[in-house]
Design a protein around this ligand. Sequence first.
Ligand SMILES: Cc1ncc(COP(=O)(O)O)c(C=O)c1O
Length: 419
Amino acid sequence: MSHTNLAELQAAESRLMLQTYARYPMMFVSGEGVYLRDEQGSDYLDLLSGIGVSALGYNHPAITRALTEQAQQLIHTSNLFYHRGTTELALRLTEITGLDRVFLCNSGTEAWEAAMKLARANAALLNSEGRHLGTKFIAMVSSFHGRTMGSVSTPHKALYREPFAPLIPGVEFIAMNDVAALRAAFSDEVCGIAIECLQGEGGINPVSEEFLTVARELCDATGALLILDEIQSGMGRTGKWCAYQHYAVRPDVTTLAKPLAGGVPIGAMLCTDAAARAITPGMHGTTFGGNPLAVAVAIAVIDEIKRANLLDHVNEVGGYFHAQLLALQSKHEAIKQVRGLGLMIGIELHSADLAKTILGEMQQRRILLNRTHETVLRFLPPYLITREHVDQTLSALDELLTQHSSVITDAHQTLAPRT
Ligand SMILES: Cc1ncc(COP(=O)(O)O)c(C=O)c1O
């Protein structure tokens, strides 16, 4: 039995699938450039790119070429054997992140899981060398890092953690950018500090230079690892390869995933040589991680971002987008704040209900974005969008905000965001 139209599919999914997502009532069948096409043949301007994944848009020749050529040669051999792709990708990843060593896996949460395990193993190694380091982590309020049983201990939102308790113990949440709280929470009992330099799911919140610098100093003093999650903000999204490159701070560990292979599942954990001493053969691994197919596409994505100067483009169009949104804010009281870097942008509204309404009406106008942290409209478009796409979006937002100008705030913000 095949479910060809949306209504049939909805009915079948509600019966057959674990209900982890409340999907929007839309079904896409193809994509080209920055547009997605639904089953009726209508095109949507995609300003979300599969939650920050399809950075090169859809049907990009560099990706389809790498995929088809590699699929004809070799899809998988396992990590028991060598293939050329891993070192070629590792060379590129170490060059763009400034870190020394790479572990390849299949998703963001797996990369984060590896980072947490590395922090624990690093503590154990230092303890064996006569130093003292405990097993605690410091994580940030409004953070998001993943959903496996280990990594789910560090996202802040109760819905993600509490149903699965007991989680790994000793994770202390502090408000990002509260330097006094960071100093108070830190001691040699801490093995890692976890930060997103630009929080994604938490509402597009930037870390301050001072906070990041203090986190670096504290970790340097004890040997704990500074772990910067670049799963959403990395790979050029903010106009640099990693968001931490906007700051004068080098982490011990970073994690990449989402756009790394343009939509083919992959994750990467990178670390310094010093931290890498803690892992020896057999301690950690994955069957699929670093498989030739995903690796070939990741290489193609990095080379295309370089070839087409997409970091410059992200800075240029992102700067324009941001400036236009600030102009919109000066016109509409409903906008509380515009935040972000490059093409990772959030508009915080005063009202969660209004944010939900605007999102739905933008979808009716065939422009896709999403809402996170209740009140924040989030844009994670493909890097290929142009000023014309920004203008089209801004004029739609302007019209909708004018139309709903009576709704500025609401007392009850109870709607669940999607991730
Ligand atoms: C900052 C951050 N870390 C980790 C993750 C988890 O990645 P994945 O969904 O690929 O497991 C996400 C996903 O949204 C993320 O935004």
